[in-house]
Design a protein around this ligand. Structure first.
Ligand code: PMP
Length: 308
């Protein structure tokens, strides 16, 4: 396993700490009960310098996730956004992955977390393609998981919380052990939900579909970007229920996610999707996405926040 590339500074409760000193106690609530909410954000090296993609939307989602779990983040959202930008500057990075995390810290180990402190951390580091170097062009091979996504009213899927990723881990471990790059997980109703860390889009007869937000998905910010860019290109995206077998007979399928960006899926359960290559509609949306995030074209939706 490649080691995580270290950067210099981690922001922790308002302080800049050296990377190796950003530690917590083993009896912190989060270690035992998964009580954290977090974000994954990317900073791109654009033509006009480093810029964070959809910073405000990610921080809003972080505060929404915290609200669901009744965690009070002791900073206004603007201050948290400023801290993200300052942390990138402190590490002198041009492009990076950004991981803000807010968690229940060291206090008590009862299940009720309300007496534990709420700690906030921001780490940034260099991170390339999530699903492999060729994924963006050649596409990935995925399998439908034997695991289901969390049922409604169990673990809230709309919160990006640490504990949710126990489900994602089972999906990803199984997929990798079966030789797939990633897994697709179905909801308890048997309909398509998402990948272990990505949303999914399906194209058939030039119509684009994606599971609606009540199918146990995380409402991805890249998903929203892809829907918006498809509309900019004059295409419609229908959000609805998608049966598993609809994936098999699709013309194109792709994943969206901050880490995965826009990655074509060329095989599902060993069946070739379309002609087995990145499809033309996927390519169009993917190209526009990368043109926007790298500043090649105007930023029509104001999605980029300059770091300097
Ligand atoms: N679903 C899950 C379960 C995820 O972890 C992610 C990554 N945050 C996504 C979807 C995609 O969301 P986003 O585009 O906001 O990164």
């Amino acid at each position: 396993m490649p080691e995580m590339p270290k950067s210099n500074i981690i922001w922790s409760n308002g302080e800049n700490l050296p990377w190796d000193d950003a530690k917590i106690h083993v009896l912190s609530h989060v270690v035992h009960y998964g009580s954290s909410v977090f974000e994954g954000i990317r900073c791109y090296d654009t033509k006009r310098g480093p810029a964070v993609f959809r910073l405000e939307d990610h921080i809003k989602r972080l505060y929404d996730s915290a609200k669901i779990y009744r965690m009070e983040i002791p900073y206004p959202q603007q201050e948290f956004m400023d801290a993200v930008l300052a942390t990138i500057r402190a590490n002198d990075l041009k492009s990076c992955y950004i991981r803000p995390i807010v968690f229940r810290g060291y206090g008590s180990l009862g299940v009720d977390p309300m007496s534990c402190p709420v700690d906030s951390v921001i780490a940034v580091w260099e991170w390339g393609e999530y699903l492999g170097a060729d994924a963006l062009e050649k596409g990935v091979s995925v399998g439908i998981s034997s695991w289901n996504r969390m049922a409604p009213n169990t673990i809230p899927a709309l919160a990006k919380a640490g504990g949710n990723y126990l489900n994602s881990q089972l999906v990803r471990i199984e997929a990798n052990q079966n030789g797939f790059d990633e897994g697709i997980v179905l909801g308890v109703d048997g309909l398509v939900s998402e990948g272990s860390g990505e949303n999914i889009f399906v194209i058939k007869n030039e119509q684009i579909y994606t599971p609606a937000s009540h199918y146990g998905i995380l409402p991805g910010i890249t998903r929203h970007s892809a829907i918006t860019l498809a509309r900019d290109l004059g295409m419609r995206v229908e959000q609805r229920g998608i049966p598993r077998e609809f994936l098999y007979i699709a013309d194109e399928v792709f994943f969206t996610g901050t880490a995965a960006e826009i990655s074509p899926i060329t095989k599902i359960d060993h069946l070739q999707i379309g002609d087995g290559k990145r499809g033309p509609i996927t390519e169009k949306i993917q190209k526009l996405f990368f043109d926007v995030v790298t500043g090649e074209v105007e930023d029509p939706h104001g999605w980029l926040t300059p770091v300097y």
